[in-house]
Design a binder for this molecule. Structure first.
Ligand SMILES: N[C@@H](CCC[C@H](N)C(=O)O)C(=O)O
Length: 288
């Protein structure tokens, strides 16, 4: 069995195992079963997901094809997998941790914006002097609203795609979501690929708090794409932008998650900018 280097990091306690695989040689070894073993919090390293750090030139055909739809060609690609081994298109906390790792390893120049490839397309990250990282998460796409339920309770859910699917439910109290040990019920016709479900309460003006049940990982302490979906749904509800339109001016919300706090701006040019911390906590060797 080969030995592979790994790193561990988190963004607002949404935690990840990173596998540097610059030339793509471990691709075939990273089975769903191995991802599950790496993410196991008792028998493995533990994490909400695994990110393979690979040069885009070394990507397999499918992911190459995704990136060819987007310009310019980024040097690095975030190959994200949930803790159950399933692939996801995008991870807002993960991409900051991914960028932090590239920066700390001297693999990117952090004096300007850095483009990173994902299955949702290219995302650009910017480093601030204060140590936080801002990700241009692209445009929010609104879909058909539906209902989510934690029986016996059910709520109307706003459908927002941030590169991956989200159902945002405004609740009276975050406790209403219960233990979230089970996946909330959702409309499979609206979300045939599954969905991340966010529960939101208002905390103040342009300030909300959320819990999330992530597709493929269960309840996590934070979700960057989820926080962006929550911000957009809240801004629409607060009439900063009529549904299907953009805000008249840039609008910023604070989004509290169980693992910390994120700041999100929806610009009048329809970009969603996610700002938050990214921390590396460990590194070592694994046989996968
Ligand atoms: N935690 C992430 C999202 C990870 C992927 C998600 N579970 C999915 O399957 O879409 C984030 O910070 O955005």
């Amino acid at each position: 069995m080969s030995a592979y280097p790994f790193l561990k990091g988190h963004g607002t306690e949404n935690d990840f195992v990173l596998l540097p695989d610059h030339d793509g040689s471990i691709h075939g070894d990273l089975t769903e079963e191995r991802v599950r073993a790496l993410c196991d919090r008792r028998a493995g390293i533990g994490g909400d997901g695994v990110m393979r750090v690979i040069r885009t030139q070394a990507l397999a055909e499918f992911d190459q094809a995704v990136l060819e739809l987007h310009e310019p060609d980024p040097e690095w690609f975030m190959d994200y997998r949930n803790s159950d081994g399933s692939l996801s298109e995008m991870c807002g906390n993960g991409i900051r941790v991914f960028a932090r790792h590239l920066a700390e390893s001297g693999l990117i120049d952090t004096s300007g914006p850095v483009a990173i490839g994902t299955r949702a397309g290219i995302r650009t990250v910017t480093f601030s002097d204060a140590g936080e990282i801002t990700v241009d998460m692209g445009r929010p796409v609104l879909g058909r609203d539906s209902e989510v339920a934690v029986p016996p309770l059910a709520w109307k859910a706003t459908n927002i795609d941030m590169g991956n699917p989200h159902a945002v439910a405004f609740v009276e109290s975050l406790d209403q979501a219960g233990t979230l040990l089970e996946e909330p019920d959702y409309d499979h016709a609206v979300y045939p690929e599954g969905v991340n479900v966010e529960f939101v309460v208002r905390r103040g003006s342009q300030h909300v708090a959320m819990r999330v049940h992530e597709r493929g990982s269960g309840e996590t302490r934070s979700c960057g794409t989820g926080a962006c979906a929550v911000m957009v749904a809240s801004a629409i509800k607060d009439r900063y932008a009529p549904a299907g339109s953009t805000p008249a001016g840039d609008v910023t919300y604070r989004v509290d998650v169980p693992g910390g706090e994120l700041s999100i701006t929806w610009t009048r040019t329809d970009r969603v900018l996610l700002t938050g911390p990214a921390v590396m906590v460990a590194e070592g060797i694994t046989d996968l």
